[in-house]
Design a protein around this ligand. Sequence first.
Ligand code: SD4
Length: 343
Amino acid sequence: MLNRRKFIKSTAATASLFAIGNKSASGMIPPPDIKDIKPIVISTWDFGIAANQAAWKVLVSGGRALDAVEKGVHVPEADPKNQSVGYGGLPDRDGHVTLDACIMDELGNCGSVAGLEHIVHPISVARLVMEKTPHVMLVGDGALQFALENGFKKENLLTKESEKAWKEWLKTAKYAPVMNIENKLYDKAAPTKLPGNQYNHDTIGMLAIDSKGNISGACTTSGMAYKLHGRVGDSPIIGAGLYVDNEVGGATSTGVGEEVIRNVGSFLVVELMRQGYSPEAACKEAVMRIIKKKPETAKNIQVGFLALNKKGEYGAFAIQKGFSYAVCTEEKNDLLIPGKSYY
Ligand code: SD4
């Protein structure tokens, strides 16, 4: 039971969170004045810097946030050095590179693919699912068939480096994710020198606001390295790895997808922002749900959330230290910010 002191403290905290949100009597957050709207793009991890630059080109020329996030995440998807997204991603335990991605626009439209093989840009397949079908999600062979029917080229996504790392991992075949390896991975000149079982996971989640004030988001990954064939993480699941509500803002996640799915993480972050939480406070609360439910598990895993509200305010929070995100605006280009963390 709450004692009086704790109650006063939590009431005060709630009040200040509501003050941040500036809600109207109807409970809705009033939209910002159109003249205050400035384009912005944010994304997870170090590789977000290059991805944001590509997205920014679209935003600065008056393009739609949806196009910006698609173009933005194409950068890590096509980069063979990035072993956690798209081409060059680390395979599952059977040697298949299987990709998960989803995209969501300002109208609440969304599309997703999971367990997609042989296609360098799963995000664009997800967008086509959104735009050309009455469905939200296609998986596995069906997603591949749909991609091929729509002109995508079948390619081998397993690079020599990733194959070598997988073969190294097969020697012990021990699935032991090591947290905080994510942001070290990308910059490594010779990543295969890391012991195979140290490859963890890493995802790009991107959120953007365009000059009309509309928000869209994208999330794409090769998922957990050496996962069971058929395993799907949070990244292609709307509400878990990504959620956008144009009245409120957007959120995305990275880290151990199972915990994000269990807590419907990104939807939770957006709903907390709707209630008046700042982006960082909303991300922190979502992280705290994971920690409260499974404190022992949480000690050894990483989950990070990144959020952007309708006013262009952003924030992040992760379980462990080491999470970073990139921000690109008119004033700040390529800024990389360490996310705050519980530990
Ligand atoms: C997954 N959430 O497949 C993804 C992986 C990830 O940072 O985000 N890693 O569970």
